[in-house]
Structure formats: structure tokens, C-alpha cells
Design a protein around this ligand. Sequence first.
Ligand code: HEM
Length: 79
Amino acid sequence: MDNLPLYSKQQLALRNGQDKPQIWVAYKGLIYDVTESRLWRNGKHYEHWAGQDLTEELSDAPHTESVFEKFIVIGKLNV
Ligand code: HEM
């Protein structure tokens, strides 16, 4: 975990499913690559957009953070 690259909010924001091919979501300081998820197509997941820190928004979801288990952590959010 300590060797993970750090990404800024601006770098994360470009991976929103619109500006670059990758789709990333930050949760509790870690950045997950959800590009392959059908449920995050074009960066949109229900009323939520990728390319940002969605830690606070998880409480709106009908699921827990276990949904992140199958995704790779590709970096840390540099706050
Ligand atoms: C209105 C709010 C939301 C709704 C209705 C919603 C609904 C769903 C549903 C139905 C699934 C399918 C799998 C499951 O239920 O376990 C899912 C998966 C997932 N959700 Fe949400 N969600 C919401 C918010 C969020 C938020 C805020 C995040 C991020 C913090 C998030 C991250 C994910 C991830 C990473 C998956 C797994 C996708 C996959 O397996 O391909 N969701 N969500």
C-alpha cells in the first residue's frame, strides 16, 4: 500500500468517464479503477459521478463498501 502513486484531485477529476478513458473513484483515501464496471459506464453510477472522492456519498448507497473489494487500488488521493 505504501508504494502506491499519489494523485491530485485534479488528476482524479480527469478520470471521470468523459475526459479520459479511465474511470476512477476515490474512497477513504484510496483510488479504485472502475473502468471495467458496467455499472460505472461513462463515469455515472446512479446519481453519482466518478472522478471524485465519494467517501461521504457511500451513505446514500443501498450497499456497503464491500462493492470495492473486486477492484484494484491504483493509487492514493493526495489531499
Ligand atoms: C443512490 C446511490 C447508489 C445506488 C442506488 C447504488 C446502487 C448500486 C447497485 C444496485 C450496485 C450493484 C451491486 C450491489 O448492490 O452490491 C452497485 C454497485 C457498486 N456501487 Fe453503488 N450505488 C449508489 C451509490 C454508490 C456510491 C456513492 C459509490 C461509491 C462510493 C458506489 C460504488 C459502487 C461500486 C464500486 C459498485 C460495484 C460495481 C461493480 O461491481 O461493477 N455506489 N451500486
